[in-house]
Design a protein around this ligand. Structure first.
Ligand code: GLP
Length: 241
């Protein structure tokens, strides 16, 4: 695990932007794994800037989202598919048909999960997976207690995660209870994991992920078993190391 501690979210965005640009320029058919939440937003702004000002193209890339709420109507502004369209894919030259998220609106969530894993495999797997971490150590929506070998499946959010995500909704009661999320086993198949965490609110989760035991209690700790992980932190998020 490579730990990089930088001064600011903007510096982190530059370093991650370099890694994504390198992938886009050197691979004929790059596959990006995209995360939602606030942490990756500076990275997306940096990619959009490089596209607009420097002609960086994503037209040949494919992208897979980590997770999706279950039960939000199609096109809901806080569905992760819409968030990614707004923050990244709608602002660059990737065709939206090349961007896929778990189908949280499916009538058959279990088979939607299996189909999603198959789609990732059929695309050749994810080259670079961006990740954030929840304040309870979750990655994607794999809450504490998730099997370390899990595949894309239905999960129930903890009360803490619903409270954390309430800021995106009018009221905490509007936050869905269920999600369809890539499993930890699915995420571990990506060739390079790039995890971004900023702010003091993440310090405890980051310390458990990096220095704690590999445990279902801190789902992010499974990344200790991955051969190519880069963790980018600001000083506040690194304070517990
Ligand atoms: C959500 C997402 C995660 C994300 C986490 C932290 O739960 N499913 O992928 O890592 O929020 O979000 P933030 O970066 O806003 O703190």
């Amino acid at each position: 695990m490579e730990i990089v501690i930088l001064k600011s979210a903007d510096e982190i965005a530059t370093v991650v932007g370099d890694a994504i640009e390198d992938l886009l320029r050197t691979h004929e058919a790059p596959v990006l794994g995209l995360a939602t939440g606030s942490s990756p937003l500076p990275v997306y702004r940096e990619i959009v800037r490089r596209h607009t000002e420097e002609g960086l193209s994503l037209a040949h890339a494919r992208a897979f989202l980590l997770d999706e709420y279950v039960g939000l109507p199609h096109g809901h502004p806080e569905s992760y598919r819409e968030v990614i369209r707004r923050e990244l894919t709608g602002l660059v030259d990737i065709d939206e048909s090349r961007v896929q998220g778990p189908d949280g609106g499916s009538d058959d969530i279990a088979s939607a999960g299996r189909r999603y894993d198959e789609a990732i495999r059929a695309a050749g797997g994810v080259d670079l997976q961006l990740l954030g971490i929840g304040s309870d150590g979750h990655i994607a929506f794999n809450e504490p207690g998730s099997s370390l070998a899990s595949r894309t499946r239905l999960k129930t959010l903890t009360e803490q995660t619903r409270q954390d995500n309430a800021r995106f909704f009018d009221h905490v009661d509007d936050v869905p209870y269920h999600v369809l999320t890539q499993g930890l086993g699915t995420i571990m198949e990506a060739r390079h994991l790039v995890l971004v965490a900023t702010g003091a609110g993440k310090a405890e989760a980051v310390a458990a992920m990096v220095e704690g035991p590999v445990s279902q209690l801190c789902p992010g700790s499974v990344t200790q078993m991955h051969p190519h992980v880069t963790v980018l932190l600001d000083e506040d998020a690194a304070a517990g190391l």
